[in-house]
Design a protein around this ligand. Structure first.
Ligand SMILES: Cc1cc2nc3c(=O)[nH]c(=O)nc-3n(C[C@H](O)[C@H](O)[C@H](O)COP(=O)(O)OP(=O)(O)OC[C@H]3O[C@@H](n4cnc5c(N)ncnc54)[C@H](O)[C@@H]3O)c2cc1C
Length: 316
């Protein structure tokens, strides 16, 4: 059985450097965060810091270095006003290991530089994602793409896990048998499932990492990729605390409203709404999905009672 250990933490050698050092990022260098059953994310290298982002933004104005509180005001102004190019001056390079189905979603983010493990060059490992029983949910009734809150019965959970384990065992032994008969690695691997683990180096600038995190920390993203998003967010929070707080305030936790949504909200606030908000929304949008999306925002604002408490795992 081939299994792989998390990479060891490399002890820092004493070196002097003229480049700006970011203590929050240094803390995470070569320190893996475990993700799912066999995966991890760790920071391999970085470029920049909050103050370096502010410094590059000030090139526009030619005013040189300023105090930390002024950096904070500037970074928050940049984030509020989508002046994103200074954020592209900061970069992070991660080593990540994830199931192939997670990698397929992840790779859609085209603005990163990627170098992936090669199943043509190296043997695939006997590492397959086995979901913990509590994430084995039924298909959502409201979102065709995701899982809902309802669990399987404990007998069904045990059976699903047994089926997966059996499949993985058969696939890996077939893979090994084909390798042993001399079949090339690039063909022997084709029967392995997307639950098998791969890994890559992934380098991205901070602006595009925030874009990735906004999409993949969202409840609509699949739980298994969210886990990796959360690991990277933990690192970014320490490495770029001011930029991350601005990202949380102006992007991650912000909500966008369409013109018709604002009309309805203004009618609620001014007390001129005729009938119920549900009815008004349904007539205004004439579209079930858009109506539901608006009502979810109204619920989050406390304008409607939330009668559908969501569990943390939902990907609706
Ligand atoms: C919840 C969820 C469900 C999804 N479901 C599906 C699905 O069912 N099927 C599916 O195929 N995908 C799906 N996706 C993937 C999604 O459509 C995007 O491909 C993915 O999120 C990457 O987003 P992006 O293109 O904005 O990011 P990036 O590739 O990182 O690009 C960042 C930004 O750069 C710009 N950009 C990058 N490349 C180009 C280009 N070539 N031309 C123009 N502008 C460019 C765009 O402004 C883009 O927003 C899903 C994503 C999420 C989060």
């Amino acid at each position: 059985m081939k299994r792989e250990k998390l990479p060891p933490r490399i002890s820092a050698e004493k070196q002097s450097t003229l480049r700006p050092v970011n203590p929050g990022a240094e803390k995470w260098l070569n320190r893996p965060i475990k993700c799912l059953d066999h995966g991890f994310v760790y920071l391999v290298d970085y470029l920049g810091s909050d103050s370096e982002i502010a410094r590059s933004a000030r090139v526009s104005y030619g005013k040189g270095t300023k105090q930390v509180n002024q950096d904070q005001g500037l970074l928050r102004y940049l984030m509020r006003n989508a002046h994103t190019s200074p954020l592209e001056m900061a970069e992070l390079k991660f080593h990540c290991k994830m199931p192939i189905f997670v990698a397929r979603q992840w790779i859609r983010h085209r603005t990163a530089n990627v170098n992936e493990y090669s199943g043509r060059y190296s043997e695939m490992l006997d590492e397959f994602y086995l979901p913990p029983a509590e994430v084995l949910r039924k298909q959502s009734q409201t979102n065709r793409q995701g899982r809902g809150n309802e669990r399987l019965t404990s007998t069904q959970e045990a059976r699903a896990l047994e089926l997966l384990k059996g499949l993985y065992k058969d696939q890996y032994s077939a893979y090994q048998e084909m390798l042993e008969m001399g079949l090339t690695r690039e063909l022997s691997r084709i029967g392995l499932s997307v639950a098998n683990y791969t890994q890559w180096y992934w380098k991205i600038d901070l602006h595009n990492l925030f874009h990735f995190l906004r999409l993949r920390l969202d409840g609509h993203a699949q739980y298994e990729i969210r886990v990796f998003g959360e690991a990277m967010a933990q690192i970014v929070k320490d490495a770029f605390p001011i930029a991350y707080a601005a990202f949380e305030d102006y992007q991650l936790n912000a909500k966008q409203f369409s013109g018709p949504e604002l009309e309805l909200l203004s009618a609620v606030i001014s007390g001129t709404l005729q009938g119920s908000l549900e009815q008004a929304a349904s007539e205004r949008f004439k579209n079930k999905r858009e109506t539901e999306e608006f009502l979810a925002k109204a619920r989050s604002l406390g304008l409607l009672k939330d009668d559908d408490p969501k569990l943390g795992l939902t990907s609706n």
